[in-house]
Design a protein around this ligand. Sequence first.
Ligand code: FAD
Length: 453
Amino acid sequence: MINRRNFIKIGTGVSFAGMVGISAFGSFPEGTVRGKDVFIERRREVPVISETDVIVCGGGPAGIAAAISAARTGAQTTLIEYHGCLGGVWTAGLLSNIIDYKNKLGIMKELVDRLGKSDAQYSAKVYDAELMKLTLDHMCVEAGVEVRLYTRVVAAYKGSRNKLEYLLTESFSGREAWKAKVFIDTTGNGDLAAYAGCGFDYGQPETGKTQPMSLMAILVGLDEKALVEEGLMGAKGGTTEPSKRKFHDEILRGGINASYTMPTMFAIRPGMVAVMANHQYGVSALDAGQISKATIEGRKEVNRIVDGLRSLGGIWKDVRIATTGAQIGIREGRRIHGLYTLTGDDLVKGARFDDAVCRATFSVDVHSLEKNSGGGYGTHGIKAQPYDIPLRSLIAKDVNGLMMAGRCLSGDFFAHASYRVTGNAVATGEAAGMVAAQAALENKLPQQITYPR
Ligand SMILES: Cc1cc2nc3c(=O)[nH]c(=O)nc-3n(C[C@H](O)[C@H](O)[C@H](O)COP(=O)(O)OP(=O)(O)OC[C@H]3O[C@@H](n4cnc5c(N)ncnc54)[C@H](O)[C@@H]3O)c2cc1C
């Protein structure tokens, strides 16, 4: 609902969370620099453009599921996404491969069924990113979700009872304020929760190091059958450990020592292959400068790898990059503190919870944290059993009226290394959407909703 007569004053009023330097107001006039490096922004009036039941921030695998689910539960729902398409790492990141979806029903199954109906895709699991974009558009529109693309969440404001009340965005429309009864953070990095003042963990506890980033690419000019025959892909165009090693050897033969030693190819359609071949180490998911540098380096490496392969001739003679991801793949960001924090021990025990939202079956998958530690991935000796993800790990501990889903939900370093894959992102998003909608419709907090019903 748009009401352009409402304005929120930045820098006054409801309690503040999320802008560095607020304490700088006061004696320093706006538009000046305090010390050497703090710019005092001016106070301004921002239109409140929407008052709704549920706002979902971030339109990746978790966000689309949260928004569809909230809308289907009957809540007026808005989905805010920074890129020009829905899907997050699935689409802007060109991931092209869905893991841990087979035991998931609901929206995950619906999506796989829809993708599976497409002609000439080898499987729904290894999907065409363009088809994914279109399918997600359709599913959100059909559910009645109000989708806002090209819009970045940049701040959050709490009202009484420590409850999140407004968020602020920047977009083609300038700065805007949005009000909702319940919010869901599906930004992957937990941006909204951090702006709202939630506590979070980041990286490996002892070192603060995070998993490396990878820039995905789509290749054309390859014959998938020949790749399978050469052992560079698994039997069905997927991957096996031997095929990854062989692919690394081929890249080496082309003159490049790839930074990811288990590079992977997935066959999507005849003549279309997704590739993940690089690791960018030591890059902070919270530093745009570092991410920019990693993206430029990653694109350079992927181009060098493909040029090297083409120079080998034979099955590689026509290989070209059709496109690289608009967004480098970020494996790890903030893990927001929830009412329950899922741990590596829960994975080892195969934990069961009364408020389980889904069962995760994927292993612990930690990609090398630094350049000189093998360049591959491993479990760090943790043998995970299928385990439940509880609803409480989707409810923020420090701020009311806020839920999380996908890779920013509440867990420790090792638990995250397993639940982060997209089958679980969708399932946690779907549960968060349903609970957020019920809470909004009944004027309750998410933790006051009986789950399962
Ligand atoms: C290189 C790589 C390979 C992987 N391989 C696999 C695999 O093979 N299979 C698998 O299932 N999983 C894989 N994963 C894991 C998986 O992709 C992610 O963990 C998953 O994307 C999590 O989904 P999400 O919705 O939580 O986050 P994301 O996909 O990161 O989506 C977050 C969305 O929020 C948006 N956003 C972020 N900040 C803001 C903001 N401030 N305002 C508005 N919008 C915002 C982003 O643009 C994005 O669309 C891989 C991950 C990477 C990086």
